[in-house]
Every structure is written in structure tokens, then in C-alpha cells.
Design a binder for this molecule. Structure first.
Ligand code: OAD
Length: 232
């Protein structure tokens, strides 16, 4: 294989079979919680305790989740093609890393990190986070989860756009394609001449923009695709 650059975007669907809920499927998180209450800076400003309760519960759930065969297959692919496989995730869980993935770009942040709203210092999140927890750097009581809310800039975008420009293959796994900027990655990769593949339970709203697709549970379609790719 001549110097591939494979960019893999993952979404909540890859962690669904590890027991973590998706957002927009029936009974998903956004059917039970209002985005504007728990995933915006304005919501946090109005009711920080509610927002902390929401993320404390998600952190507790993520802490007991185990990576599944799809996470493990991506880690295997990354190890087999050193430097060529870039995992960009919208997920705030740590299941890619728990499966052994090394380079993972968490564009929507991480549940296991805390962020000071006053000085932007970051530190490992306690199991239970509260607004009044003092920042270890500046002492302010402005602690928030280090996750990206609607209206905020996702992390690492310059690096991600650069990777998409040089991608030979872009693969989206378990994401509905409803949230920008991630929803635009397939278009960017295509414009740069990359092959594009969607692996999802069912066609996403971006399906017409992908050259190829395979549908089924991530724990089946992802390991099968990785095996084929490595078999060459
Ligand atoms: P969504 O809940 O929008 O989409 C989940 C996708 O996973 C859907 O396309 C499902 O069909 C698919 N899916 C469900 N179970 C699956 C399985 N077992 N195997 C494979 N695919 C499966 O989640 P995301 O696209 O990740 O952002 O959502 C994107 C962003 O919206 C999240 O990062 C979050 C949310 O609001 C913020 O909170 C900023």
C-alpha cells in the first residue's frame, strides 16, 4: 500500500455496543435531555448544577464501559500501519484509548478532563465534578467538564483540516452526520481526492456524499473492514 493517510471519524455509534447511549437514535440522550439545557455555555450559565449532574452521570457510565471489537479493530489498524491512521472522535469517552489506540483527536473534548472556566487550565476530572471545585492553578470556582458545547469551537480543527487535505481514505463510523464541523469532513476529504467510506448501522444523512458504504453494527462491520484492508 503506497503511503496511505487514513482519517477515521467516529461517533456515538461505535460506543453503542459498549453500553453508552447515542444522541439521536430512539431513546437517545437528546430525547431525554434538552441540548440547550445541558450542552451549551448558556445552559451552564443558567444552571451549572444541572449540567454537572448530567456529565457526572455520563462520566460514571463511561467509567464502567469497556471497549468493543470495533474500538479494538481500529487500534489494531493503527498499530499495523504506523503513522498512517488518524482517529478523530466526536466521542467524549476514552474507549479508543482503552482499546490501545495511540493517537486519538478528541474534537468534542473528554469526560475525564476538567477545565477552568476562568483561566482555561485543564486537569484530570474527579469522578464527581462540582462548580465550586477550585481550579488547581488559579483557585477560581469555575470548574466545568472539558467537553465542547454547541456554540463552542471543537478542538484540534487546524490539525484535522490538514489531515483531511492529505487523506487518501476517509472513513466515518457510527455518526449521524448531523453536527458540524464533523458533518463536513466527508466533503472536504472528497474535494482533496480521498476515497470515502461510511460504516454505520443505517445510512446517515451524509450518505450521498460517500463513495462506498457498509451497514451493520460497528462490532461486525468495523473488524471485517479492518481485516480486509490489512489483507490488502
Ligand atoms: P448520533 O446519536 O447523532 O448518531 C449515532 C449514529 O450511530 C447513528 O447514525 C446511528 O445509526 C449509528 N449507530 C447506532 N448504533 C450503532 C451501532 N451499534 N453500530 C454502528 N452504528 C450505530 O451521534 P453522533 O453522530 O456521534 O456533540 O453525534 C454527534 C455529536 O452530536 C456528538 O458528539 C454530540 C452530539 O450532540 C456534542 O454534544 C457537542
Amino acid at each position: 500500500m503506497p503511503d496511505p493517510t487514513i482519517v477515521i471519524l467516529t461517533g456515538a455509534g461505535i460506543s453503542a455496543e459498549s453500553g453508552l447511549g447515542t444522541f439521536r437514535d430512539e431513546g437517545g440522550l437528546w430525547a431525554r435531555h434538552r441540548i440547550e439545557d445541558v450542552a451549551t455555555p448558556e445552559g451552564f450559565g443558567r444552571d451549572p448544577d444541572l449540567v454537572h449532574r448530567f456529565y457526572n452521570a455520563r462520566r460514571a457510565q463511561a467509567a464502567t464501559a469497556r471497549p468493543n471489537a470495533a474500538h479494538r479493530a481500529l487500534a489494531r489498524l493503527q498499530a499495523a500501519l504506523p503513522g498512517a491512521v488518524h482517529i478523530v472522535t466526536q466521542n467524549v469517552d476514552g474507549l479508543h484509548e482503552a482499546a490501545g489506540a495511540r493517537e486519538v483527536l478528541h474534537m468534542h473534548g473528554r469526560l475525564d478532563r476538567a477545565l477552568c472556566g476562568a483561566c482555561a487550565h485543564r486537569w484530570p476530572a474527579p469522578a464527581e465534578m462540582h462548580r465550586s471545585d477550585p481550579c488547581p492553578a488559579c483557585g477560581a470556582a469555575a470548574t466545568r467538564p472539558d467537553v465542547v458545547w454547541f456554540g463552542e469551537m471543537p478542538h484540534g480543527m487546524e490539525r484535522i483540516w490538514g489531515l483531511l487535505e492529505s487523506a487518501s481514505l476517509f472513513v466515518a463510523i457510527g455518526t449521524s452526520g448531523e453536527v458540524y464541523p464533523a458533518a463536513a469532513f466527508v466533503e472536504e476529504a472528497r474535494a482533496s481526492g480521498a476515497d470515502t467510506l461510511e460504516l454505520n448501522l443505517e445510512p446517515s444523512s451524509r450518505i450521498s456524499e460517500f463513495a462506498r458504504a457498509r451497514f451493520g453494527p460497528a462490532t461486525e462491520v468495523v473488524p471485517a473492514w479492518v481485516e480486509e484492508l490489512l489483507a490488502g
